[in-house]
Design a protein around this ligand. Structure first.
Ligand SMILES: Cc1ncc(COP(=O)(O)O)c(C=O)c1O
Length: 312
């Protein structure tokens, strides 16, 4: 999710969110090893990138910027195709394999989850994980609680508006009805780079509005505290993105401890943190910062949401 890619022939051009390229140089190196051309986004390689840099030379970038650059490259390059790895409903459909496998495994062992938790950037892992369980919930066959966890630095579910907005900064995509902070919202630098998207999948946004999906936001230091606890207990170093779900799972378990209830808590562990060691180093040395947008910061983003009748 921290990048957008355009394919032509066997060549792959990747627009990697600038802050992610800086914080995760080894991820960039892996892609380059496989032959990809990787541009930290916004870049000078596209009109969209140059325009964004002109307006905001010090920007760390965002997935919205990277999407604009990848779309422009695909449109201007013969036989070039653009792929998006999150946000759109078909990506959730792909990721529903995870939910189906999870449900099959749980059914096989006769376990039913009481709570399902996932981190939410554009919403694809969460949407895929909960899909079969949510289907049954809507049919009245279960009473599961579903929880989305997002970074406090980019709180599209918890502080965003439900409105028609563009999926990218250069306003090239069709309008999508979703929870959004505004296509012009640029989150502060945050190591959970994959969760730095101004919007949210439209189906999940609807589920949230209908009260079927809960959401909460967490600050980076709290998320890393949970990540370190988890790695010590489980021996798995989790990705910062995944650690948002871990934080909520730990909190739910602690609540059970308080109330004496017994619950099955299921969460998605979306990746390992071996490309995120600079963030772990900062956390371990106490220098990891938390930047939560003020209401004024959010207003600036909301001002970029299209002023169309449905949004008024
Ligand atoms: C490890 C990891 N987990 C989760 C995500 C979030 O993406 P999504 O909300 O689309 O599942 C990302 C995105 O890059 C990621 O890298």
């Amino acid at each position: 999710m921290a990048m957008a890619a355009a394919f032509y022939g066997i060549e792959l051009t990747v627009y990697m969110v600038k802050i992610s390229a800086e914080q995760k140089p080894y991820r960039k190196a892996v892609m380059e090893t496989y032959g990809a051309k990787v541009y930290p986004s916004p870049s000078e390689a596209t009109d969209a990138g140059r325009r964004i840099l002109e307006e905001n030379p010090d920007t760390y970038g965002s997935l919205g910027c990277a999407i604009s650059e990848a779309i422009e490259t695909a449109v201007k390059t013969d036989k070039c195709r653009y792929v998006l790895g999150s946000v759109l409903n078909h990506v959730l459909l792909h990721q529903s394999v995870i939910g189906l496998e999870t449900k099959t495994a749980m059914d096989k062992f006769g376990i039913a989850p009481d709570v399902i938790i996932g981190c939410a950037g554009g919403g694809s892992n969460l949407g895929g994980l909960i899909a079969p369980f949510m289907g049954e919930r809507i049919e009245g066959k279960n009473d599961i609680r579903f929880i989305a966890v997002e970074p406090a630095s980019c709180p599209s579910f918890t502080r965003g508006r439900f409105a028609y907005d563009f999926g990218d900064t250069a306003k090239t995509t069709p309008l999508i009805k979703m929870k959004t902070l505004g296509n012009g919202f640029i989150p502060s630098s945050n190591h959970a780079g994959g969760l730095r998207y101004h919007g949210m999948n439209s189906v999940l946004s609807r589920l949230f509005e209908d009260g079927l999906l809960e959401a909460r936001s967490e600050t980076q230091n709290d998320v890393f505290e949970a990540a370190v606890k988890f790695s010590k207990i489980e021996g798995i170093l989790p990705a910062p993105e995944s650690s948002h779900a871990i934080k909520a799972a730990i909190d739910e378990a602690l609540e059970c401890k308080k109330t004496g209830e017994k619950k099955v808590i299921l969460f998605g562990l979306t990746g390992t943190g071996y490309f995120d060691l600079s963030a772990y180093m900062q956390y371990n040395s106490g220098t990891l910062s938390d930047r939560v947008p003020t209401d004024d910061d959010l207003e600036k983003g909301f001002a970029t949401i299209p002023d169309i009748p449905q949004n008024r």
